[in-house]
Design a protein. Structure first.
Length: 229
């Protein structure tokens, strides 16, 4: 089975690394492995894996630092797999740029499901285009860059994923819950207030007039729609 994507697994527990490696091999995934943060960063820069599966408790550096360094260069999905269950740790990892968080011990089927969710996010680039342009807005998918009137706009990882997802579904009315589940990967208790905060931040960066948006339109009481024109 050829999934045509590569993963980087960063884990210093030999048993868990063996378990995940066997799981990915059985499913036909190509993957690289690292047991330290330093090796993880080196492998990431050398191979640019599509999805990163990351433990936080690494011997040489906290996993959140790995997330930050990856996010300086890439928006590729990061799935944290950690024994840490504290809410502040989970929030910190997500705020640093992680896309998903699984606590140990975990079900192998759940990890595979989260990887499939990450795969769907990767495949949301419209028709595998390298760039997308609508009026004064341009997205360069090869470099994960966004431009307005030719000037680069710096988006957070969540803002970029939101924009990418909206463009991929342009013309469709997307409900709050549907967007939340696709962007954050799971429930988030259907926090539409949090979604509105991120959407407002995105609009401030790409819209000339947030009161009369050109690109991301509000469907009152339902959700949002990216213009099809």
């Amino acid at each position: 089975m050829d999934h045509k994507i590569t993963l980087l697994v960063v884990e210093d527990d030999k048993y868990i690394m063996s378990l995940i490696s066997m799981l990915l091999k059985d499913e036909g995934y190509k993957y690289y492995t690292a047991v330290t943060a330093k090796d993880a960063i080196t492998l990431f820069y050398a191979n640019n894996p599509d999805i990163i599966v990351l433990d936080l408790g690494l011997p040489d550096m906290d996993g959140t630092e790995v997330i930050k360094q990856i996010r300086e260069r890439s928006n590729n999905p990061i799935i944290v797999v950690s024994a840490r269950e504290e809410e502040n740790v989970i929030i910190s990892a997500l705020d640093c740029g992680a896309d998903d968080y699984i606590t140990k011990p975990f079900y192998t089927g759940e990890l595979l499901a989260r990887i499939r969710v990450a795969q769907r996010k990767i495949s949301t680039k419209p028709n595998n285009m390298e760039t997308f342009t609508c009026d004064n807005l341009t997205v360069d998918y090869t470099k994960d860059l966004v431009f307005v009137d030719g000037n680069e706009v710096h988006l957070t990882p969540i803002e970029y994923k939101l924009l990418m997802f909206m463009i991929a579904n342009r013309g469709k009315v997307l409900t709050h819950n549907y967007i939340i589940n696709e962007i954050w990967g799971y429930g988030e208790n259907a926090d539409s207030k949090r979604l509105r905060v991120f959407m407002a931040g995105l609009r401030r960066k790409i819209e000339k007039d947030t009161a009369k948006p050109r690109f991301i339109l509000t469907q009152v009481g339902i959700g949002y729609r990216f213009t099809q024109k």
